[in-house]
Design a protein. Structure first.
Length: 81
């Protein structure tokens, strides 16, 4: 059998053991997979857990921080300014 299936998956940031996947939902899904996630392999050191079993890679940690800051600026009713 071809491939390296016996090896641990690698973190795409540092090359360590990447046993987590980024769970950021991509805005450009397809009709066949509308809720696609990033799925970048990441290790625990490079993952940010933002919910139960929900982790983000460094790139999407930045996007999450931007989203969170915009959300906090909304008026009390939650409507966008």
């Amino acid at each position: 059998m071809c491939g390296h299936f016996h090896e641990d998956p690698l973190c795409e940031v540092c090359g360590g053991v990447g046993d987590l996947l980024c769970d950021w939902k991509l805005s450009k899904g397809t009709p066949w997979s509308p809720g696609r996630t990033c799925d970048r392999r990441i290790c625990a050191a490079h993952a940010l857990e933002v919910g139960p079993e929900k982790h983000l890679c460094p790139e999407h940690q930045v996007a999450y921080a931007r989203w969170k800051a915009q959300r906090e600026k909304r008026p009390e009713g939650g409507a966008r300014p």
